[in-house]
Design a protein around this ligand. Sequence first.
Ligand SMILES: [Zn+2]
Length: 276
Amino acid sequence: MKVSFEHEKLVVFESELMQTTCTLIIGERHLLLVDPNWLPSEVEKIAQRVSALQGDRSLYLYFTHSDYDHIIAYERFCDQAQVIVSQALLSNPEWHQQLEEIRQFYDQYYLAPPWPVSYPQRADLIIAQPAERHEIGGEVYHFYQALGHNRDGLIAFHETTGTLITGDYLCGVEFPFIYYSVLAYQKTLDLLGRLLNDLPVKTLVAGHGAVTQDKQEMQARWQASQWYLDALVAYGRDGRGFPETELWRKYPYFQHIQKKYHQANLALAKRELGRI
Ligand SMILES: [Zn+2]
């Protein structure tokens, strides 16, 4: 488990698997731990860092969305933490599917599950409104519903550090992966465009890949996502060919697997936007 970003008040871990990130915000009186993941040894390293820093601080466990790679270590921390999730995550009708994926993951690599495989069924703070402001340990967080990638995503902004935690949006290492809805994804991208303009964002942490503090890089990621969405809508609604060559020039990473995600996006766009 590498630490991809370290600052007095913010640590970002990056898994060796799919470059999945785990954010740890270190407040005066609280710790906020986001999406601890994947391998048991990696999660233990995160847990060690949490206990080294904790002291009198209360621990909060926040999930950006319910995809199995993000909730895989829920059980490791749930007893010691206050849980923050969206209302939609709690009522996700496909929650069982996520647990099945976790079991398959452990099985596939002969990993004995290090703790029971479970899904958050309750939370201490449930985000239900489109946008909510909360004080946690005396520090201000803003939460925003962010649907499209899946059906229960949230984006969070921590004022003290200027950290925007986007879940699986604006990842430098992947184009938009859309499991739920192209149109909902577009709304979330619109929201992200406003947040990048309106909020004093110092650090952007996406669910996979590198952290960035570069404003141009943040805008470039947004523009590349918008380019992808535009091409996807033109394909799904108007039957235009998708500019694949340009796609792989913009995102020249891990094409073996990412081609499958792209094919799934094309199929979803046809189903959702196609004139039948
Ligand atoms: Zn993810």
